[in-house]
Design a protein around this ligand. Structure first.
Ligand SMILES: CC(C)(COP(=O)(O)OP(=O)(O)OC[C@H]1O[C@@H](n2cnc3c(N)ncnc32)[C@H](O)[C@@H]1OP(=O)(O)O)[C@@H](O)C(=O)NCCC(=O)NCCS
Length: 167
């Protein structure tokens, strides 16, 4: 993420309308990412962020954070957020496909995981198009806009067959 991207990234995270129905969780320290960026470029062992660029323009970001059921077997939980104008054009699917390839190429994890609210059909479909398997619904996992919300968990194993995407 470049410094120019960082300003757009911060603006996206500070705009409830741009974040949209599923990603606005209330105000938080707006400087937290700039401080982390200055320290490590938002690329760290526990949590990282990359820009999603479309024709050279900042379209949003993907992220991954370390998760583990056992200390000895960590895996990645991934996330994505696009600017409103970038949505519905296949960019979210392609960005997550590229992130999957990147993480399996550069880290030895067996499992990637993604969570999304049960009414977020665009993200569920994008994950399924990347080859993720729906594992189940976790009840009342997240609190947003005055209500507890159910979350669908998806996973993709290194050994799963991944769609070819015309490659
Ligand atoms: C969720 C998100 C990443 C999906 O990326 P996208 O680029 O908009 O989605 P794509 O264009 O790749 O479409 C993926 C699939 O979802 C479908 N889709 C897109 N928008 C949809 C919607 N609002 N409702 C239902 N399906 C939708 C598409 O038709 C496509 O399926 P298809 O190929 O079978 O037709 C993006 O919309 C986004 O950033 N949304 C806001 C933040 C968010 O919800 N992040 C995920 C939080 S867990």
């Amino acid at each position: 993420m470049t410094e120019a991207d960082l300003s757009l990234f911060e603006a996206l995270l500070s705009d409830p309308e741009a974040l949209g129905a599923f990603q606005w969780f209330g105000w938080r320290d707006p400087g937290r990412f700039r401080r982390r960026w200055a320290e490590n470029g938002l690329l760290a062992d526990e949590q990282s962020v990359l820009t999603v660029a479309c024709r050279g323009e900042f379209a949003g970001f993907v992220s991954w954070r370390r998760a583990r059921a056992m200390t000895s077997a960590p895996y990645w939980n991934i996330g994505i957020q696009l600017r409103p104008e970038a949505r519905g054009r296949g960019i979210g699917t392609e960005a997550q496909r590229l992130l999957v390839e990147y993480l399996f190429a550069h880290t030895p994890v067996m499992r990637l995981e993604a969570d999304t609210e049960d009414t977020n059909h665009a993200e569920q479909r994008a994950l399924e198009k990347c080859g993720f398997t729906r594992e189940g619904v976790q009840r009342a996992m997240t609190f947003r806009d005055g209500e507890w919300r159910d979350v669908v968990r998806y996973s993709l194993l290194r050994t799963d067959v991944r769609p070819e995407f015309g490659r």
